[in-house]
Design a binder for this molecule. Structure first.
Ligand code: NAI
Length: 329
């Protein structure tokens, strides 16, 4: 298959080329994101392959169909960036990578919690400046604290296992409770109870119309004073303005983010010479108790290899009609 691959960095090319040695597809790499402005590039390809910040809306799907594309292969588990209704209408098959490494994201979530709690991001800079004062670096024992996990699928379950190792009380919220989490002693509760009781709340549910701005002003107001909030799932699950209000009033104690609702214009690029135009994001960067990483939860060697292999398996299965294709919808 002749495949147009968008939003590619050097590390994507390396992992996809390695996985393609056996598959033998014709891979064309584009650094640009796929959007309605760049969608003329898809003409003449059999398949298009995208990542999380490509915007596969109706215009893009129509351009794909008119250009002869029959398969959209996502290099992600989430598919909130694709207009599935339009894909069905234009007869484009959508495939994804349902699971690659839940450990990658769960371990990154833990890294954010530990760094935030013990202010490692601030301590690192202080020590480099030979400032060994401890004021402002006070943390708390994670042992014995209550952890609220929203979404206990693959990543949420691995994260729950990690937190259970710290000796935490575990609260879960998920329409499909996990047997593994229950065995670890997790108690499934309504969101309201989780907000009221949790010292740390971590989001691991998908972005859907139901979960859009799940964490908003009223939700924050129900939380414990000084709560730590972590989002490594999808940015728009959190209303960023409500987060900022919660931080300013000191209702929220600390925030760790690997995702941001308007990240498409920022993340994965080196913007160190540019002026940031997003004032909401710029405000977030000013808080000493906010730690942001640029959507790197998935970024481990194992996950990249697995994403590349499953993506090419999907493409081969679609072409040959043999093997399993991980279809969306
Ligand atoms: P999964 O599909 O295994 O688990 C999602 C869980 O959320 C399911 O158990 C589902 O029942 C639950 N859920 C759905 N709606 C809910 C709601 N309204 N309230 C509470 N729970 C709800 O997905 P997985 O693999 O665990 O991934 C979770 C999310 O992590 C993905 O949707 C994606 O957005 C994000 N992700 C982030 C990455 C990163 O690099 N930061 C990388 C990979 C995934």
């Amino acid at each position: 298959m002749k495949v147009a691959i968008f939003s590619t960095k050097k590390y994507d090319q390396e992992s996809l080329d390695a996985a393609n040695k056996e598959a033998g597809h014709e891979l064309h790499y584009f650094e640009t994101r796929l959007t309605s402005e760049t969608c003329s590039l898809v003409k003449g390809f059999d398949a298009v392959c995208v990542f999380v910040n490509d915007s596969v809306d109706r215009t893009v799907i129509q351009a794909m169909a008119e250009g002869g594309v029959r398969l959209l292969a996502l290099r992600s588990a989430g598919f909130n960036h694709v207009d599935l209704k339009a894909a069905k209408e234009f007869n484009i098959t959508v495939a994804r990578v349902p699971a690659y490494s839940p450990y990658a994201v769960a371990e990154h979530t833990l890294a954010l919690i530990l760094a935030l709690n013990r202010h490692i991001h601030r301590a690192y800079n202080r020590v480099r400046e030979r400032n060994f004062a401890l004021d402002g670096l006070l943390g708390f024992d994670i042992y014995g604290k209550t952890i609220g996990v929203i979404g206990t699928g693959q990543i949420g379950t691995v994260f729950t296992k990690l937190m259970s190792g710290f000796g935490c009380e575990l609260l879960g919220c998920d329409p499909n409770p996990s047997k593994d989490c229950k065995e670890l002693g997790m108690k499934y509760v309504q969101l309201e109870e989780m907000f009221e009781r949790s010292d740390i709340i971590s989001l691991h549910c998908p972005l859907t119309p139901e979960t859009h701005h799940l964490i908003n002003g009223p939700a924050v107001s129900k939380m414990k004073d000084g709560v730590m909030l972590i989002n490594t799932s999808r940015g728009a699950i959190v209303d960023t303005r409500a987060l900022i209000d919660g931080l300013k009033s000191e209702k929220i104690g600390s925030v760790g983010l690997d995702v941001y609702e308007e990240e498409a214009d920022l993340f994965f690029e080196d913007l160190s010479d540019e002026v940031i135009q997003d004032d909401v994001f710029a405000r977030l960067l000013t808080f000493p108790n906010v730690l942001i990483t640029g959507h790197q939860g998935f970024f481990t060697e194992e996950a990249l290899k697995s994403i590349a292999e499953t993506t090419l398996e999907n493409i081969t299965a679609f072409e040959t009609g043999q093997g399993h294709i991980h279809k969306v919808g």
